[in-house]
Design a protein around this ligand. Structure first.
Ligand code: PLP
Length: 339
């Protein structure tokens, strides 16, 4: 099966499994797992942050990040397409009792001017206190598009002027770093907290990291416990994460090349209505009105391709390290064979 439903479907290969089996472990709730500690140190250093916290999922690292910066009744500014709003089970409301101000960005990317226009006036008790701005890079529902670093710098300035915190949902940040040839530290210096996923394109079986100041991560440790995310011999998973950071970043280019090649192919297929701009490993396209989505997906399944729709007539393909070049060719053949 060629599985392009998500980059979360990857399984550890022999070398990653070997690293996991050789991990030195201990009880991480006591801070005694050397492999977790090494992963946290490495990630923090990479981004120029004080500290990092290993979490079971990206949802948890985002939700801890949001809770660190807000009090009940505060408001979070984010894009209408953002994962923290759409796909985290209403966690902003449940975990932080915070309200949300949704911006309509360009494929999930908004501007500093939009942020400025949506900050509530302080000192007027009618309004929730605007406290946090959250950005997602790359934007999952925006077709894997990357943010312009200059715009983020302008947003950070607005945050400084209005005492707002800035959080990055960097589930696929490494895709953006590789695509735009940017340094992790450029992001580390702009954001108060950053969540990165090891289980997406980087290929680890599970795990995310929250990065921040010593003070933030100290408080995050307590919140992780509160959320039920304190794990014991988590070093077996952290070893996979360390392996991923050491071996699987540069190779993301290969996934991006496949996405670009598919983008070109889609332009010549008569049943495709539109494709979102392709920049990283995600390709989102819509089918012509007369094409039934279920029939298209069934055709793909019959050709050993597993894909899924993310909206009416809207299909998302995600490329990852378990899609080989030969499988990519078969995927293209299956696409061409659809009538
Ligand atoms: C996958 C993802 C997350 C975190 O998801 P988990 O499945 O909880 O690890 C967060 N943000 C974005 C944009 C994602 O794609």
């Amino acid at each position: 099966m060629i599985d392009v439903r998500s980059d979360t479907v990857t399984r550890p290969g022999p070398a990653m499994l070997q690293a996991m089996m050789q991990a030195q472990v201990g009880d991480d709730v006591f801070g005694e797992d050397e492999t977790v500690n090494a992963l946290q140190r490495k990630a923090a250093e990479l981004f120029g942050k004080d500290s990092a916290l290993f979490c079971p999922s990206g949802t948890m690292s985002n939700q801890i990040g949001i809770k660190l910066h807000t009090q009940p009744g505060d408001e979070v500014i984010c894009d209408q397409l953002s994962h923290i709003y759409l796909y985290e089970g209403g966690g902003i409301a449940v975990n932080s009792s915070a309200s949300v101000r949704l911006l309509q960005g360009h494929h999930g990317r908004f501007t500093a001017a939009q942020v400025l226009d949506n900050i509530n006036q302080r000192g007027d008790s009618h309004f929730p206190n605007t406290r946090l701005v959250a950005i997602e890079n790359t934007v999952n529902k925006g077709g894997g598009g990357c943010w312009d670093l200059e715009e983020i710098r302008r947003i950070r300035q607005v945050c400084e002027q209005h005492q707002l915190a800035l959080h990055l949902d960097g589930a696929r940040l490494f895709n953006a770093l590789v695509a735009r040839n940017e340094a992790p530290r450029s992001y580390g210096e702009l954001f108060h907290t950053i969540s990165i996923c090891l289980s997406k394109g980087l290929g680890a079986p599970a795990g995310s990291l929250l990065l921040g100041s010593k003070e933030h991560i100290g408080r995050a440790h307590r919140l992780r416990k509160l959320f039920g995310g304190g794990m014991r011999q988590a070093g077996y998973l952290a070893a996979a994460g360390l392996y991923a950071l050491e071996h699987n970043i540069e190779r993301l280019q290969a996934d991006h090349r496949k996405a670009r090649a598919l983008d070109l192919e889609l332009k010549s297929l008569p049943y495709i209505a539109a494709v979102l701009p392709v920049e990283t490993n995600i390709v989102i396209f819509t089918l012509q009105e007369q094409v039934p989505t279920e029939q298209f997906l069934a055709h793909l399944r019959a050709h050993d391709v597993r894909a899924s729709s993310i909206g009416p007539r809207t299909i998302r393909f995600v490329f990852h390290l378990d899609v080989s070049d030969a499988q990519f060719d078969r995927l293209v053949e299956a696409m061409r064979a659809f009538r």
